[in-house]
Design a protein around this ligand. Structure first.
Ligand SMILES: [Zn+2]
Ligand SMILES: [Zn+2]
Length: 243
């Protein structure tokens, strides 16, 4: 009885104390972990790995050619794509929880995984981009969700490498329908003229950050605009690539 009353009266003090004392948990299995990416070592080891991918669009390569047929026939407006993971479980689960259950800790974990991959694999021998551009959401979508997942994923990367985040240079001006469930042709039409910018990107080297890259139509549309605005080099950094 006394304890109940004590907890009720001091719950505002107890909660932060327990949060500090209890070790953080793995985002996938709940085991306690102090790994910076918030995944226990077992779950981390089991994450899916992309095999041989096209350097330009990160699509899985089915032959030994250096670039995929689609990029050879219709070169995209971006120069390269780095995908952290293929779009499969449990990455799908992490992204869904981030976007639809507001689990912002997942964005921080994904950003931390990006930092390690950038440092240890993708950019060992080449300069980092000079600006990070998370794919903007339309203001109506942003208001409904309360945050832009691409921005939340980009924040720890920007902080770790001290690269500025561009949150205002490009606006999403068309309230596009969700791309999932649309045919390739419909996806293309859906995002046509979706972005606008008054910014001058002459000679800038940008990494465009997104959660999932499926057909790539949204990223193509955005990168076409950035190239028109003078961007010199465009790299896509996406969490998951639909292979
Ligand atoms: Zn785990
Ligand atoms: Zn390709």
């Amino acid at each position: 009885m006394f304890l109940d009353k004590f907890i009720m009266l001091y719950s505002h003090l107890i909660q932060p104390i327990t949060l500090t004392l209890l070790p953080p948990c793995c985002l996938l299995c709940g085991t306690s972990t102090r790994n910076p990416h918030s995944l226990c070592s077992d779950c981390y080891k089991d994450l899916p790995i992309s095999t041989q991918n096209c350097p330009r669009c990160a699509q899985k390569l089915h032959s030994t050619s250096a670039t995929c047929g689609a990029c050879l026939n219709h070169p995209p407006p971006f120069d390269e794509t780095h995908a952290l993971f293929p779009y499969q479980a449990p990455i799908t689960q992490l992204i869904t929880k981030l976007k639809f259950q507001h689990q912002l800790s997942h964005a921080k974990a994904l950003g931390t995984l990006f930092c390690a991959r950038i440092q240890e694999h993708w950019y060992q021998s080449k300069p980092l981009p000079d600006l990070l551009l998370p794919v903007p959401l339309h203001p109506a979508r942003l208001q409904a969700r309360g945050f832009n997942q691409a921005v939340e994923i980009a924040k720890p990367i920007a902080k770790h490498f001290a690269i500025p985040l561009d949150l205002t240079g490009v606006r999403r001006i068309k309230p596009t329908a969700a791309q999932s469930g649309l045919s390739a042709r419909q996806r293309k039409q859906n995002v046509a003229h979706a972005f606008a910018s008054n910014e001058d990107y002459t000679d800038r080297s940008l990494a465009v950050i997104d959660d999932v890259m499926t057909t790539g139509h949204t990223l193509r549309e955005l990168c076409q605009l950035l190239k028109k605005k003078g961007a010199k080099h465009l790299t896509i950094w996406c969490v998951a690539r639909n292979e």
